[in-house]
Design a protein around this ligand. Structure first.
Ligand code: SAM
Ligand code: SF4
Length: 329
């Protein structure tokens, strides 16, 4: 079958699937403290509906699937979906992004179901500051979740993601860099993007990857590791050989020209960019009995219209139509 190519010649290989808009944290850079309305249960795609769309996309060359949310581990029976997707022909890389708070219980069933890669979000190793940023006192549970994940050698690499915010993250950098040296975790810093529900983002709040790298190199020199062209992260090893650090710099070094990603929201809308203002409804055709060919045609049409790039750094930038937890980061 023909590969999926967008209107700018980029091949689409990667799908982020949001399985819920709900979350047990309220991270400041993502959700409001309260007041976000949840989707109704029947608005969520079922596991079978998600698996059907993944089958259609995998036949067109989408071989990398990442589950996300909201917090994906609050979706009941998630390992059932992981198994369905792990068994889908063409899916070579199945991963999960989580805040880690339920991982101590779920790592084992997820690995048994076929999960092979894991990203855990962690912004601070201080209890007080962790609670300040997530609005939940749950650092110990996240660390316990990471320890539990470490017990499964199948789950590698384990990536730890930290959103880099000026005025907050600078003091966290040494401890997070040490974590990358001490543990089998790749610690990655992601520049803060204007996807917070509170809409408080300002350009000055972005702590760039280059600034964090300079902070780390005051103590530990880094060496760049060549990465895949479609990779969102620049990878570095510590020059003395202990551990790996990554930088995801969507604001200071946009990587849109090599973007191979699309996103499926929990309510079955296809988004061709994190910053899309338009969504493509897949749930209605799925529920109205669309054939594989009809779904394929709809997907190809939507992807032909994928945005060239985000416009965060341009005058008149307009925010996305939903915030991060509702899209699926
Ligand atoms: N709840 C899970 C978690 O936190 O890992 C999965 C969903 S979360 C929306 C996915 C990723 O998006 C997390 O690594 C989170 O830190 C990141 N994120 C959320 N809001 C962001 C923002 N405004 N800018 C950059 N990254 C953000
Ligand atoms: Fe929840 Fe993840 Fe958003 Fe934090 S970043 S509020 S854990 S969805």
């Amino acid at each position: 079958m023909d590969r999926l190519i967008d209107g700018w010649g980029r091949e689409i290989r990667s799908l982020r699937v949001s399985v819920t808009d709900k979350c047990n944290f309220r991270c400041r850079y993502c959700m409001p403290a309260e007041g976000l309305e949840w989707l109704e249960r029947d608005e969520l795609l079922t596991f079978e509906e998600i698996a059907r769309l993944v089958r259609v996309l995998a036949a067109m060359g989408v071989d990398e699937i990442r589950l996300t949310g909201g917090e994906p581990l609050v979706r009941r029976d998630l390992p059932v979906l992981v198994r369905l997707l792990a068994e889908t022909p063409g899916v070579n890389d199945l991963s999960l992004t989580t805040n880690g708070v339920l991982l101590d219980r779920l790592a084992e069933p997820l690995v048994e179901a076929g999960l092979r890669r894991l990203n855990v979000s962690l912004d601070s190793l201080s209890h007080v500051r962790f609670a300040e940023i997530t609005r939940r006192d749950a650092l110990d549970r996240v660390l316990a979740g990471l320890e539990e994940a470490e017990r499964y050698p199948e789950l590698r690499p384990i990536k730890v993601n930290c959103v880099a915010m000026r005025g907050f993250t600078e003091v966290e950098v040494p401890a997070l860099a040490e974590l990358a040296r001490r543990k089998p975790y790749v610690v990655r810093f992601i520049e803060f993007m204007p996807l917070d529900a509170d809409e408080s983002w300002r350009g000055d709040d972005v702590l760039s990857g280059a600034e964090i790298r300079a902070l780390i190199e005051e103590r530990w020199p880094l060496e760049e590791i060549p990465a895949k062209a479609s990779s969102t992260a620049r990878r570095f090893r510590f020059a003395d050989g202990a551990g790996e650090i990554g930088f995801i710099n969507p604001v200071s070094e946009p990587f849109c020209s090599s973007c191979d990603r699309i996103r499926l929201t929990a309510d079955g809308q296809l988004r061709t960019c994190l910053f899309s203002r338009k969504e493509w409804d897949l749930k209605t055709p799925l529920r109205e009995g669309a054939s594989e060919e009809e779904l394929e045609r709809l997907l190809r049409f939507a992807i032909a219209h994928k945005e060239l790039k985000h416009k965060i750094n341009e005058p008149g930038f307009v925010r996305a139509s939903r915030s991060m937890s509702q899209i699926g980061g």
